[in-house]
Design a protein around this ligand. Structure first.
Ligand code: ADP
Length: 666
């Protein structure tokens, strides 16, 4: 039976919503966006033909509300809903509610979602279907003693996973029996919080595996194919960072074997639509990990090597059509690699960053580069949703060409206003071990020292540009009421203006662990300092930063700058330097026992307090656990000492920077 789809509602936000709408529009289908109060002017709303508000910013009050989304579909007259990934995409009740409302759900049957929804149940099913599994316990009995025995029988290290899990939540590696009870309790809390289900499974933790997944597709006529593999082994804490297709070193025999197992897995649950069967591979062996019953974040690399549009395939299958191609019609051409550009701070343990994107330049339009972005310059990355800024996908005739293009594209990416993992991604793209395809899930941890931005002293040009940025901001602040056209002029020297004499300004930067004094003289059109004369012009400048068009050594170039409190970030030729602007008047005092105060790294909820005043603690000991963005962060003691104060209790909501535990003066 074929059904026509005239109007598609996308029950999602960000890049995936924008991307789905692009295909729908090309297919002549009308598009409807839904949005929360935080997203009224978001990119996905701008990309849609029409948009409907579904509730307040928190996802549970908007993007996770089945009733609000179905009501929006009714109001708009949409006849189909695409769930994207995340949110309601793997919610069987939502798929059923769509059907009950007479709306086509662009995804698999509810029964297939349910069958694969529990990692434990899926494993039991796959075991029966003869698909290989990692040795482990995935039973229903959840007694802690029994789980500990299972772990001992499997042999340490083991991995505890939330049965309902996803996104690494509720997942804990346990090295030895001594750590099992604490890890189990934490995994359960995290799982209960994130999924409302605290059941776990325990399996052997493989120490140097690769993550290889197969894209599968099935239609409602019983035809199931695979669209080859993706290698997603470059991960941080079990979360994908870079994905590529095809997997380096994959032999045709192995591809065929994994493809067969994946198609088997899909058939076992009566699958229809797009799905991904994830395997963990070590040596020649591969094991079923889980099946994701939706489109994956990394689907563009498959589109790049197959030349197919997977969203178009999804819509065709949802309309009741046959798969556009059979297995024999599919082939791999070239190589593709994708990076996930995140608003996060690699120097602070990759903490998610929130705030306004003062400036955003993405490498769109370059040869072999595809950018899927969900935000635009001026947008805000909020605490409510995933902090992904964009996916950058590079394609080449071979892997080397794709990696070269990726590295250059990252150099040309500028994000001002928020810290990102951009230079970290570029460092991976250029790393010799990555070029040599030495891939496994421990890659990042092993090479971290090479990948984190180097703390090297900045050169004279970078310092001069930082000075230009600081002066630009000061001028702006000083003449906020002046002629708007001239407001950000760097030579608007209203603070120490001296007729016919250059203004001399002393600045103090803290960078790469050292303080760096800099004396500059403001001259018309620029500044001079220590043998460097810099003529510059501030373009699109705001209080938060902008671009600096400059001429130094006779070359005209540009840099971008952004402020974040007392810090200025400079982007020049692909490099990023963050300098703290020290106010000499405030520099004295304020030392205050630094290492003895443990503060919340981000806004969140305290889930456990492990110490009380008077306790003796050791360096590295867990003090308090804060949950933010559905992940637990264990705050540990920075040194040996005695607890003086505990300012939080389980259940407390805490703001970023809130002082939670204080140690006695050491
Ligand atoms: P989630 O659904 O929470 O993302 P997955 O089951 O997909 O969790 O696993 C995520 C990642 O965790 C995998 O890609 C892999 O790196 C790692 N992982 C999972 N199972 C194992 C295992 N048994 N041994 C080693 N690493 C594993």
């Amino acid at each position: 039976m074929t059904r026509s789809i005239g109007k598609l509602l996308v029950a999602n936000r960000g890049e995936i919503a924008v991307r789905v709408m692009r295909t729908a529009r090309r297919m002549g289908i009308g598009t409807v966006a839904v949005y929360s109060d935080a997203d009224a002017t978001a990119a996905h709303v701008a990309a849609a033909d029409e948009a409907i508000r579904i509730g307040p910013a928190p996802a549970r009050d908007s993007y996770l509300r089945v009733d609000a989304i179905l009501e929006a579909a009714r109001i708009a007259g949409a006849d189909a809903i695409h769930p994207g990934y995340g949110f309601l995409s793997e919610n069987a009740a939502f798929a059923e509610a769509c059907a009950a409302a007479g709306i086509v759900f662009v995804g698999p049957p509810a029964a297939a979602i349910r069958a694969m929804g529990s990692k434990s149940a899926a494993k039991q099913l796959m075991e029966r279907a003869g698909v290989p599994l990692v040795p482990g316990y995935h039973g229903d009995d959840q007694d802690p003693g029994l789980l500990a025995e299972a772990a001992a029988a499997i042999g340490y290290p083991v991995l505890i996973k939330a049965s309902a899990g996803g996104g690494g939540k509720g997942m804990k590696v346990v090295e030895s029996a001594a750590g099992f009870a604490e890890a189990l309790a934490s995994a359960r809390r995290e799982a209960a919080n994130a999924f409302g289900d605290d059941r776990v499974l325990v399996e052997k933790y493989l120490t140097r595996p690769r993550h290889i997944e197969m894209q599968v597709f099935a239609d409602s006529f019983g035809q199931t194919v695979h669209l080859f593999e993706r290698d997603c082994s470059i991960q941080r804490r079990h979360q994908k960072v870079i994905e590529e297709a095809p997997a380096p070193g994959m032999t045709p025999e192995r591809r065929a074997a994994m493809g067969r197992a994946a198609v088997e897995a899909a058939r076992a649950v009566g699958y229809v639509g797009a799905g991904t069967v994830e395997f963990i591979a070590e040596g020649d062996a591969f094991y079923f990990m889980e099946m994701n019953t939706r489109l994956q974040v990394e689907h563009p690399v498959t589109e790049a090597i197959t030349g197919q549009d997977l969203v178009e395939w999804q819509i065709r299958v949802a309309r009741g059509e046959r798969l556009p191609l059979g297995q024999e019609g599919l082939a791999i051409a070239g190589h593709a690699v994708e990076v996930r550009l995140y608003a996060e701070d690699p120097m602070k343990g990759f903490l998610p960053q929130t705030g306004r994107l003062a400036h955003l330049a993405l490498p769109e339009g370059q040869p072999g580069i595809r950018v899927d972005a969900g935000v635009r310059g001026g947008d805000t990355v909020s605490v409510h949703y995933d902090p992904m800024i964009a996916k950058i996908i590079a394609t080449g005739a071979d892997r080397a060409e794709a990696l070269g293009r990726l590295a250059r594209a990252l150099d040309r990416t500028e994000v001002v206003g928020l810290r990102t993992n951009r230079t970290f991604l570029a460092a991976i793209a250029r790393h010799p071990a990555f070029a040599a395809a030495e891939l496994d899930t421990g890659f990042i941890a092993r090479h971290e020292a090479d990948l984190l931005p180097a703390e090297t002293a900045p050169d004279g040009l970078t310092l001069a540009l930082a000075a230009a940025a600081v002066l630009g901001r000061r001028a702006g602040a000083a003449v906020a009421e002046a002629d708007p056209a001239d407001r950000w002029s760097p030579w608007t020297c209203t603070d120490a203006f001296r007729l016919n004499r250059p203004r001399v300004v002393d600045l103090l930067f803290e960078v790469a662990g050292a303080t760096q004094p800099l004396r500059v003289e403001c001259v018309p059109g620029g500044l001079t300092c220590e043998a460097l004369a810099l003529a510059y012009d501030l373009d699109g400048w705001t209080e938060a930063g902008g671009r600096i068009l400059f001429t130094a050594d006779g070359r005209r170039r540009s840099a971008a700058a952004a402020f974040d409190g007392d810090r200025v970030a400079l982007f020049l030729d692909g490099a990023e330097t963050v300098l703290r602007v020290v106010d000499p008047r405030a520099a004295a005092g304020d030392e205050g026992g630094g290492a003895g105060r443990i503060a919340a790294p981000m806004p969140g909820t305290v889930v456990a307090v492990a110490v009380k005043p008077g306790d003796q603690v050791e360096k590295g000991q867990a003090l308090i656990v804060v949950e933010a963005m559905k992940m637990e962060h264990t705050l540990r003691s920075p040194r040996d000492g005695k607890v003086a104060k505990v300012n939080a209790a389980a259940g407390d909501l805490v703001a970023e920077g809130a002082e939670l535990v204080v140690l006695e003066e050491g």
